[in-house]
Design a protein around this ligand. Structure first.
Ligand code: NVA
Length: 306
């Protein structure tokens, strides 16, 4: 019997599978129809707020013929009202997949260890792989190919940066991350990305200078300086990230034709200047829309195997 497939990290998909998912996402966006989830019920359990992830999963599941049941933060009490593994066991008896947003990545791994249905990571403190699917789709649409695409990520080496680094390394892109000291990409991610890049022909560069990072970039990407759950650190982070704002002046230092991405929500005045999301160079709302298509591609893959 095939063991159940989870999507806890970008690396849970082989590079060829990642490409398949993105290709399916693009086909679905172009109008292809799929009923891959006909008769399926999918549980969505979030312990942090969400706009895009809830919206895109619920709509995507409906379009694929399935049905979503959403549990908001505090409703279930994952690991407090009921042990994590028992929640996974109960969901596995009724639902056909579970989509989980939580804090510690280990909680998600514990959930998956007891689940007999596919478990999808809808963001943890460590990774945001569904965002990476949409990011890769957006980069491919913008640039025409993932191989050789040059992306500069400015800011925190956080969950979004980790998943982006693993996704680009799987598909042959060149990523430069400019972070202040102490906020770099985790060392384990850098070494995992290094192994993937050795096969894909991609590269990863970790530096501190945002101007140097954007110099040859096709796309400049940033995320918030203070992620969900880090609110107590926000004053220290505001100080540490001073000088790392993405604004028109920084984009002007990139080659002509540069595009700007942000996974949203944004904090204008902090990591971006006011109005940057609607700058003609911004593709942040295409990127947001691609959450719907890329995740539908993932669900199609998990349920129909192609
Ligand atoms: N890094 C951000 C991403 C939000 C979608 C956070 O974790 O809050």
């Amino acid at each position: 019997m095939d063991s159940v497939r989870h999507f806890l990290s970008v690396t849970d998909l082989a590079p060829s599978e990642l490409r398949e998912v993105i290709a399916r996402g693009r086909a679905l966006k172009a109008g292809e129809r799929s009923q891959a989830l006909a008769g399926k019920s999918i549980a969505i359990l979030f312990e942090k707020p969400s706009l895009r992830t809830k919206l895109s999963f619920e709509i995507g599941i409906t379009r694929l013929g399935g049905h979503a049941i959403y549990f908001s933060p505090d409703e279930v009490g994952l690991g407090t009202r009921e042990p994590v593994q028992d929640v996974a066991r109960v969901m596995s008896r009724m639902a056909d997949a579970a989509i989980i947003r939580t804090f510690a990545h280990e909680v998600l791994e514990e959930f998956a260890s007891a689940a007999t249905i596919p478990v999808v990571n809808a963001l943890t403190d460590a990774e945001h792989p569904c965002q990476a699917l949409a990011d890769l789709q957006t980069i491919e649409e913008s640039k025409g190919a993932l191989e050789g695409a040059r992306v500069a990520f400015i800011g925190d080496g956080n969950n979004v940066a980790v998943s982006l680094a693993l996704g680009m390394a799987s598909t042959g892109g060149h990523l430069t991350i400019a972070s202040p000291p102490g906020y770099e990409l985790p060392g384990k991610t850098a070494s995992d990305a290094g192994r993937l890049n050795a096969k894909s022909g991609g590269s990863l560069r970790l530096i501190t200078d945002p101007v140097e990072a954007v110099r040859d970039a096709d796309i400049v990407y940033t995320d918030v300086w203070t992620s969900m759950g880090q609110e107590a650190e926000s004053q220290a982070r505001l100080a540490a990230f001073k000088g790392y704002q993405v604004n028109p002046a920084l984009l002007d230092k990139a080659p002509d034709g540069v595009r700007f991405m942000h996974d949203l929500p944004a904090h204008p005045g902090e990591e971006i200047s006011e109005g940057l999301l609607t700058d003609p160079r911004s593709i942040a709302f295409d990127q947001a829309e691609n959450r719907l298509h890329a995740q539908a591609g993932l669900l199609h893959f998990l349920f129909s195997g192609a």
